[in-house]
Design a protein around this ligand. Structure first.
Ligand SMILES: *Cc1c(COP(=O)(O)O)cnc(C)c1O
Length: 390
């Protein structure tokens, strides 16, 4: 018996709509067996879809640090950090993040999603304007919507279009913010960070980059605001501890005064429980590994470049390589074919990516073997791109 027939009817009709459009999503239990292998539905697969670019999820040093933290501080933090949840590990992680990013301070959040959906509305209000790259992550759009600021979307990495929008709208707003992914999550390309810093200065706009896929793996491990060892002056660098850093959590790096304001004004920081000690300890251990071994940090991008060379694709700039097939059904079929060959490459389709750009999104890990990368490239060349999916 249903507690609310009209609610269930609503859910049923929505699901049926998504089924018709082939957009229904399903969870599949995925058991991590090792650094790059998973078991799904009874099959062992090599994982080329994880964002754990450095294989740190199963790294013994991180596991040890997390277990030690549990023994010392327990499994949770018990309250918001402003109440009693601010265990001693936070200070160390925030100092380390600020050092890595070349900023005065940093603040750690529950997740990257909570960071974007909290920081943007904490800084921007109804008389302000936000300028977004069209391919920005969903939680950047979400945070912008929560802020009540006017939102102007510029074409992907199109500085001319951004400039036009700034010229048209900057005069009418109190504050302006430019937000973009530093490394684009579904395309793997980088934002033109240096040029964005210049535009931001020219129009007195605050630049925020989302480095979820940059920290640990591009810019010598420092992320997408660093180029050839030089730091670009990005005022707000956010990111996640959930991808290359291997665990969970989010962060913002900025000046002391901005971080102080966020700690006292940002709702997703104030009204949410602090990260568990184990997650914070694991992140500190991850930063040790990344800082001490730049070659290790560079390996995922090196493997991605090997793959793009083999397929004559544009040279990879990050550990993410899209093979855009366009059609959703063809992409699902390609994913199935690769799975039959032992590779997990999860098809990505609208609305996660724009209509008509369904794709295989392939991600590389420091722990992948070159021969497996080569085998995957060959399969995609012979069986997917040549249309022979028999
Ligand atoms: C994954 C991701 C986030 C969210 O980070 P979580 O820590 O997973 O919540 C934010 N921005 C981008 C670009 C991402 O890819």
């Amino acid at each position: 018996m249903s507690d609310s027939p009209s609610l269930d009817a609503f859910a049923d009709s929505k699901l049926a709509e998504m089924d018709r459009a082939h957009l229904r999503r399903r969870l599949v239990i995925t058991d991590p067996l090792g650094a790059t292998e998973v078991e799904r539905e009874g099959k062992r697969l090599l994982n080329f879809s994880s964002n754990d670019y450095l294989g740190l999820n199963r790294h013994p040093v991180l596991e040890r640090a997390a277990m030690d933290a549990i023994e010392q501080f327990g499994v949770g933090s018990g309250a918001s950090r402003l109440v009693t949840g601010n265990h001693p590990l936070f200070r160390e992680l925030e100092t380390r993040l600020a050092t890595l990013k070349g900023t005065e301070d940093a603040v750690v959040f529950g997740s990257g999603f909570l960071t974007n959906s909290g920081v943007i509305p904490a800084l921007m209000g109804a008389s302000d304007a936000i300028f977004l790259d069209e391919l920005s992550h969903a939680c950047i759009y979400y945070g912008s919507r929560l802020s009540d600021a006017a939102t102007h979307v510029f074409r992907h990495n199109d500085l001319e279009h951004l400039k036009e929008l700034l010229e048209a709208h900057r005069g009418a707003c109190t504050h302006a913010m430019i937000v973009t992914d530093g490394v684009f999550s579904m395309d793997g390309d980088l934002a033109p960070v240096g040029a964005l810093v210049d535009l931001a200065q020219q129009f007195d706009a605050w630049l925020m980059t989302d480095d979820a896929h940059g920290i640990g793996v591009v810019g010598g491990g420092h992320g997408s605001s660093f180029e050839n060892g030089k730091r670009h002056g990005v005022a707000l660098q956010m990111g996640t501890l959930s991808k290359a850093i291997g665990g969970y959590g989010g962060y913002l790096c900025a000046s002391q005064t901005v971080i102080d304001l966020i700690r006292t004004r940002c709702r997703t920081f104030i009204y949410s429980t602090g990260l568990p000690p184990a997650s914070v300890a694991a992140a500190i251990a991850a930063l040790d590994l990344i800082e001490n071994d730049p070659e290790f940090a560079a390996r995922p991008v090196t493997l991605a470049k090997r793959f793009t060379r083999a397929l004559n694709l544009p040279n990879a700039e990050s550990p993410i390589v899209p093979v855009i097939l366009g059609d959703t059904d063809a992409t699902l079929t390609a994913g199935k074919l690769l799975e039959d060959e032992g590779f997990l490459v999860v098809p990505i389709r609208p609305p996660t990516v724009p209509d008509g750009t369904a794709r295989l999104r392939i991600t590389f890990s420091a722990n992948h073997e070159e021969r497996d990368v080569d085998r995957l490239a060959e399969l995609i060349r012979e069986r997917v791109l040549n249309g022979d999916q028999s």
